[in-house]
Design a binder for this molecule. Structure first.
Ligand code: SF4
Length: 206
C-alpha cells in the first residue's frame, strides 16, 4: 500500500510553471503563514487524500509533458510521499521536477530528516523561501525577490535561461472544468485582479 498525499488539485498540462509542457500538483497544507499568500483559501479547504502511486501513474501517462512542478501548500511537509510519487514516475519515464517551497534551501539542508534530503535530491529546480509581500517585484516564477530559483541539477541549466528570457513576464492560465476553476502560474497584479473577478462571477453563476 502506497503512501498518502494530502493534495488540493493537479493539472496535466501547463506552460507557465517552468520550461516545456509540464504537469503541476498543488499539495495541501503549509506550516507558514505568509501575509498575502495566494494559497490561503486553498490551504483552508479540506484536502483530498491521494495515493502516491495512483498519482504517479496519472503523471507518468501525461502525454507531451516533460516533467512536473510541485507547489502548494508546502511540499516538504509531505516529502516521503512525494519521493515515492516521483520515484515511481521516474521508473516509468524520464521526468523533470520543479518544486516551490517556503523553506530556504539552507533550512532544508539543516533539517535532520531523510525524507527532506531525498526530496531535495529528486528536485531539478527549487524555488525557495517565504513570500514577502513587500518584496514582490513582479518578476516571473516567484512571488518576491527574496525567493531564489535554484538549478540543483544540470537538467534545466540551458532551457531554464532560454525559457526565462522568452517568458519574461508573469503568465497565468485559467483552467475551467465543470466543477472547478483553477488559476495556474504566479500572477501579475492585473492577472490576480482578473482571477478574483472571475471567481466572483463564477460564484454568482452557481
Ligand atoms: S510558504 Fe507559500 S503556501 Fe505557505 S503560507 Fe507562504 S506563500 Fe503561502
Amino acid at each position: 500500500m502506497g503512501r498518502k498525499l494530502n493534495i488540493s488539485h493537479y493539472v496535466l498540462k501547463t506552460r507557465v510553471l517552468g520550461p516545456f509542457v509540464r504537469s503541476a500538483l498543488w499539495v495541501s497544507g503549509c506550516c507558514f503563514n505568509c501575509k498575502g499568500c495566494l494559497a490561503k483559501e486553498m490551504n483552508a479547504r479540506a484536502p483530498s487524500e491521494a495515493d502516491a502511486d495512483g498519482l504517479a501513474e496519472i503523471f507518468a501517462q501525461a502525454d507531451g509533458t516533460e516533467g512536473i512542478t510541485i507547489s502548494g501548500g508546502e511540499p516538504f511537509l509531505q516529502a516521503d510521499a512525494l519521493c515515492e510519487m516521483i520515484g515511481e514516475i521516474r521508473e516509468a519515464r524520464d521526468y523533470g521536477v520543479i518544486a516551490y517551497t517556503g523553506f530556504t534551501i539552507e533550512e532544508l539542508e539543516g533539517r535532520n530528516d531523510a525524507g527532506t534530503k531525498r526530496l531535495l535530491d529528486s528536485v531539478d529546480i527549487l524555488i525557495d523561501g517565504r513570500y514577502e509581500a513587500g518584496l514582490d517585484d513582479g518578476k516571473p516564477y516567484r512571488g518576491s525577490s527574496n525567493q531564489r530559483i535554484l538549478c540543483l541539477t544540470e537538467r534545466y541549466a540551458d532551457s531554464y535561461e532560454e525559457y526565462y528570457l522568452k517568458h519574461g513576464s508573469r503568465d497565468m492560465e485559467i483552467v475551467i472544468g465543470r466543477d472547478f476553476t483553477y488559476m495556474v502560474g504566479v500572477p501579475s497584479k492585473a492577472g490576480l485582479k482578473a482571477w478574483e473577478d472571475l471567481k466572483r462571477r463564477r460564484r454568482r453563476d452557481v
